[in-house]
Ligand binder design. Structure first.
Ligand code: NI
Length: 142
């Protein structure tokens, strides 16, 4: 039996929406107060959805301890309490919008997924990230 199981994580971080490919005036026009030079914080929420077969013995589709360790190592520990623009290499030139955050979270998980969950193990089906209650971005497996 195949199921989808989701698990949520939270972390706080700060950012500034500013594109190096645009002028200061264009940045202000596009991003508004999110372009304020000193940045601002968010309590991000990340939801990982995994697709897997339920093991008849354990009754589980995914080892949650392994998933938690993966999320902690790849996302929570690197991002927590960071200035994303200044401290995360991926966002030095890429604007840390919710969309780009979702890409980066997805990329970081997939980079090591097969090491943690080899062979017929659970697959990463979907990444959702909440920047605010009203601003949510989702990436699904291609
Ligand atoms: Ni923001």
């Amino acid at each position: 039996m195949t199921v989808h199981l989701s698990r949520r994580y939270t972390f706080a971080a700060s950012h500034r929406l500013h594109s190096h490919q645009l002028s200061d005036a264009e940045n202000r026009a596009i991003y508004g107060k999110c372009n304020n030079p000193n940045g601002h914080g968010h309590n991000y929420e990340v939801e990982l959805t995994v697709r897997g077969e339920v093991d008849p013995v354990t009754g589980r589709a995914v080892d949650l301890f392994a998933l938690d360790r993966l999320a902690e190592a790849q996302i929570l520990r690197p991002f927590r309490y960071r200035n994303l623009n200044e401290e995360i290499e991926a966002f030095r030139l890429v604007v840390p919008t919710t969309e780009n955050m979702a890409f980066e979270v997805d990329r970081r998980l997939r980079a090591v997924w097969a090491e943690v969950f080899p062979d017929a193990g659970p697959r990463l089906e979907k990444v959702r990230i909440w920047e605010t209650e009203r601003n949510i971005c989702e990436i699904s497996e291609a």
